[in-house]
Design a protein around this ligand. Structure first.
Ligand code: TRP
Length: 338
């Protein structure tokens, strides 16, 4: 039996959304809205797995609203897609508990992101950070989600979601109860790297603000960051192969192509042999043209937080209507008397 197609994705609330979040995630989410029903979640429960999330309750609330505003400003339509914050729909936590009992320690021990995040100090990490991938599986499977647009860094977590779905289905002898969710990994061209180091991902946690373009940066800041972006001394290559071994050039070309919605080959051809200074001027203009409307819309939305809250409340009601019957079935399958 084929499960009906359903998209689920989420992002942690942070108040520094950047170009990487837009090109790597949001832009694809917006496109998927025309293809199948979509749920887009602000995963505030995931945010408290690390100190940065729970130490500042007011900041967490503000970041949740800010990310919601960014989703909408980027083109997520709350009348078409279900847009909500995770903690409002209790089924996520309920199903996560069941998955805590389905998942195996050995599976979680293999998660590279946990190792990267905790380094040598595993014993000081929260248990929530460790079981994070099980909550993520619950996010998706609470709706029987089938398609999950995520970046390459989430591939392993998604494989774990498939393992969980499979083990639940087989342990409880309910073949095909949960679908095995598929990653919709966005292409390499939308993997946005740091403007200071083309081998590192653009990240909110990079110390240098010049490494990223924030969605709320003003025109001058965007132009300046692009002008100062690291490059090598050679002119731009005349073929895509010429980008090999030149991570900064490749990153800027990728950004241009993604923002312009054109393929990389045609951008390389257009700027073949030109100097970075010229190319950067055009990239700055393009970035400003594409990002300013988003920044302006975010500001407009954030001026009325009550409206954002109304959108989240109504999204959560719709989400709950989908998750509740699935969770009721899970309880019955597991043998919880209810
Ligand atoms: N772990 C994801 C990230 O850090 C966020 C996330 C939480 C998510 N739950 C999800 C993504 C469910 C997709 C589906 O990017």
């Amino acid at each position: 039996m084929a499960h009906p197609q359903l998209v689920f994705s989420g992002m942690q609330p942070t108040n520094v959304l950047h170009l990487g979040n837009y090109l790597g995630a949001l832009k694809n989410w917006v496109k998927l809205q025309d293809e199948m029903p979509c749920l887009y979640c602000v995963v505030d429960m995931h945010a408290i797995t690390q100190d940065t999330g729970y130490r500042h309750p007011k900041e967490l609330a503000a970041a949740t609203r800010e990310v919601t505003a960014a989703y909408i400003a980027a083109g997520v339509n709350p009348n078409k897609s279900i847009l909500f914050n995770q903690s409002r729909v209790a089924e996520h936590a309920e199903l996560a508990w069941v998955f805590n009992c389905v998942g195996r320690l050995g599976w979680l021990d293999r998660m590279t992101q946990f190792k990267e995040k905790t380094g040598k100090h595993k014993e000081r990490a929260s248990v929530g950070l460790y079981t994070y991938p099980l909550l993520m599986a619950a996010d998706i499977l609470a709706y029987k989600g089938t398609h999950v647009p995520v970046g390459e860094d989430q591939r392993q977590h998604l494989e774990l979601s498939r393992d969980i779905a499979q083990k639940f289905n087989s342990d409880y002898e309910v073949p095909d109860f949960f679908p095995l969710p598929e990653p919709v990994i966005t292409g390499a061209a939308t993997r946005v790297m740091s403007l200071r180091d083309g081998t590192k991902k653009m990240s909110k946690s990079d110390e240098s603000d010049y490494s990223r373009i924030n969605l709320t940066d003003d025109t001058d800041t965007i132009a300046q960051k692009i002008r100062k972006a690291r490059t090598d001394p050679n002119p731009l290559p005349d073929s895509e192969e010429g980008l090999e071994g030149r991570p900064e050039a490749e990153n800027l070309i990728n950004i241009y192509a993604a923002l312009a919605d054109e393929n990389r080959a045609s951008i390389v051809a257009r700027f073949a042999g030109r100097q970075f200074s010229e190319f950067k001027n055009e990239l700055a203009d393009l970035s400003v043209a594409k990002l300013q409307p988003i920044a302006a819309e975010m500001r407009r939305l954030l001026a009325d937080p009550a409206e954002i809250d109304r959108i989240l409340v109504s999204g959560a009601e719709k989400a709950r209507a989908l998750a509740a019957p699935i969770m009721a079935e899970v309880k019955q399958i597991v043998g919880f008397v209810s």
